[in-house]
Write a protein that binds this ligand. Sequence first.
Ligand code: FAD
Length: 440
Amino acid sequence: MHSPVVIAAGWIGAYLFITLLPLLILLIYPPLTGGGVWTDFSVALGFIALAMMALQFALTARINRVEASYGIDIILQFHRYISLVAFAFILIHPLILFIVQPETLQLLNVFTAPWRARMAVTATLALIALVVTTIWRQQLKIPYEPWRTSHGVLAVLTVGLGLGHAIGVGNYLGLFWKAVCWTAIALVALWLLVYVRLVKPWFMLKKPYLVEEVRPERGNVWTLALRPRGHEGFRFQPGQFAWITLDISPFRMREHPFSMSSSGEHPEKIEFSIKALGDFTNTIKDVKPGTKAFLDGPYGVFTTDRYEDSAGFVLIAGGIGITPIISMLVTAAERKDDRPYLVIYASKTWDDVTFREELEDLKKKLDLNIIHVLREPPEDWSGEKGYVDKELLERYIPKRRATRQYFICASPKMMDQVELALHDLGVPPTNIHMEHFNLV
Ligand SMILES: Cc1cc2nc3c(=O)[nH]c(=O)nc-3n(C[C@H](O)[C@H](O)[C@H](O)COP(=O)(O)OP(=O)(O)OC[C@H]3O[C@@H](n4cnc5c(N)ncnc54)[C@H](O)[C@@H]3O)c2cc1C
């Protein structure tokens, strides 16, 4: 068994090796007709960017083993940053050529340019569209589902046409090993696409779930209880999440991520608590018992189970961010965990506090202290009010900060503020764990 750190480092090594492989082959087998240092540099940038773009498919394919090393947050963050690096390389690649060989500017004329140049121009335009619609999706008011479909199509276009361009140029791909290397990268990217769109949904289809119950909770939240049909369900670590598809075939890709809110000890009944906030989440209350559901999971590293040696936990939730935390608590109660748990839970009003009664009940089974923080408290409220800031945290978190693991799940703004405050209070960054509910 290798340690998680070694495995995580191994994935980074594999990533770097694949990205730099085309360059390595280029060095071993230089181009047939030398174009000068700048031309070669520009080509190298193009090759590295193409390999990076092809590997983006691997980063978003939800490969459990990769995901388990870093968590989806970090992988998607890397996916975003690396796409900007690849984007910059792809733009610099022709710019250098235009400067050192001005005659190549003619290749921009799509009427007269050869196919290899047309493919390069179209791939670049597809990439520009991909980057713009992703960074400014909210401002452009593009709903999530059409964005996700167009994101996939644009990515395939960029890599496919980029590869077509590289093959068309030929000069740099003529040799056997170069062709082998690119064919392998293209095939892996294609396989990942087939895996995500066909193989995984096919496996999900074989393991359906049925909605057993839809329960209203405080705060406009609905708990969806699912029971596996004809299989045993899946075990999960409390705090993890799964992608749910309801009532339609898993091939349709209309899936949404939700944290499990039930105990990790009960794969035979898996619950999700969903706040009605948008198109899909508003329909949960109308889901009928007996409706078919498909789950892809579990995913995520936001779990107390990764810290068996911790002396206790500080769990900080804002609103619906309570779902992974309630799962951690009910699981701990079932396991008769005797470590101290501190929950700091921000809500708007007292009536809005999702799982208010359940949390009170858990105090009887766990060493649990709950601090409710209300933004709009009732008149007779003597508890904490306002926001979870440094002063509030200082009043409650243990003096020996490093003895605890800290889990935060809330709105992006609250998570940023709490993270900063915890840093200021001397909590080691490695003890702070966060789950973001908004992926894009
Ligand atoms: C790891 C994780 C765990 C989550 N756990 C919970 C939970 O326990 N309870 C809960 O109520 N919510 C949870 N969410 C948030 C939930 O996934 C979104 O609120 C929901 O998908 C919004 O869908 P909608 O169509 O109702 O909203 P819309 O108004 O259509 O979208 C609102 C925003 O939600 C995101 N979103 C929309 N559709 C998707 C999708 N198919 N996949 C990914 N993101 C999408 C986008 O950022 C979008 O801008 C979680 C999210 C993540 C990433």
